[in-house]
Ligand binder design. Structure first.
Ligand code: CO
Length: 248
């Protein structure tokens, strides 16, 4: 069942989601060669706690950190650690915050110093495909109109769409129905309604769409070792169209 939120509930979702957006901005300012992903994680946790939020991922199914930090061929769910960023890497940072019983969730992929052209294109197309999906998040459309728009944009650029992980409904829980795939046939799936809140999160690969999970039980990597990018926004469907809750 897809939970429809009242305007009051959507209003309560603004704070955690705005904090996620602010924190992604703050972390972007820390990204440079030599920084470890654990340092980013520590700063992220302190940022959230200082402002009265709670990290949403920490403890979720045993996940050990505040952020997910996924470098190059890592797709999502990279666990922060002592690895140092180096010039030319791309790093996806995904994070969630809960405040007053409601969740916020967003992700962005950043360049570390100067990166090659293909990496820039991968990041640009992935972010654009997220926005193509968001444009379809309007009343009366169907769910897979979002999915199809993402897929079409990514594949037209020669990239592939991860199948095994998808976006999701969000609200009083981090993951609610429906699942929001980044691929699929248009004009199908449940009809979209005012009051739905969705986390749309394309994961787009340079090479094959296939992925596997490392022995740590979390880190998802591409099967061919080529790079992947990830962008995510939490949005609410309103009578005036999609409202991006994780945008400043
Ligand atoms: Co998400």
């Amino acid at each position: 069942m897809i939970i429809i939120k009242s305007e009051e509930e959507i209003a309560r979702m603004r704070r955690p989601n705005r904090m996620v957006a602010e924190l992604l901005d703050y972390l972007e300012g820390m990204i440079r060669p030599g920084v470890t992903t654990k340092e980013l994680d520590n700063k992220a946790e302190a940022f959230i706690l200082k402002r009265g939020g709670k990290p949403a991922f920490k403890g979720y199914h045993g996940y050990p950190a505040t952020i997910c930090a996924s470098i190059n061929e890592e797709v999502v769910h990279g666990i922060p650690g002592n690895r140092r960023l180096k010039e030319g890497d791309i790093i996806g940072i995904d994070l969630g915050v809960v405040i007053d019983g409601f969740f916020g969730d967003a992700a962005k992929t950043f360049a570390v110093g100067k990166v090659d052209k293909k990496a820039l294109k991968l990041m640009k197309i992935t972010e654009e495909s997220l926005y193509k999906g968001i444009e379809q998040a309007v009343e009366e459309n169907r769910l897979y109109d979002i999915s199809h728009a993402v897929q079409t944009h990514a594949e037209a650029a020669g990239f592939s769409v991860v199948r095994d992980f998808v976006g999701h409904g969000i609200g009083r829980q981090l993951h609610e129905e429906p699942q929001v795939p980044n691929y699929g046939p248009p004009h199908q799936g449940p009809r979209l309604e005012r009051g739905m809140a969705l986390a749309i999160e394309p994961m787009i690969n340079e090479g094959t769409w296939e992925v596997r999970v490392l022995k740590d039980g979390w880190t998802v990597v591409t099967a061919d070792g080529k790079r992947s990018a990830h962008f995510e926004h939490t949005i609410a469907i309103t009578k005036n169209g999609p409202e991006i809750l994780t945008k400043l």
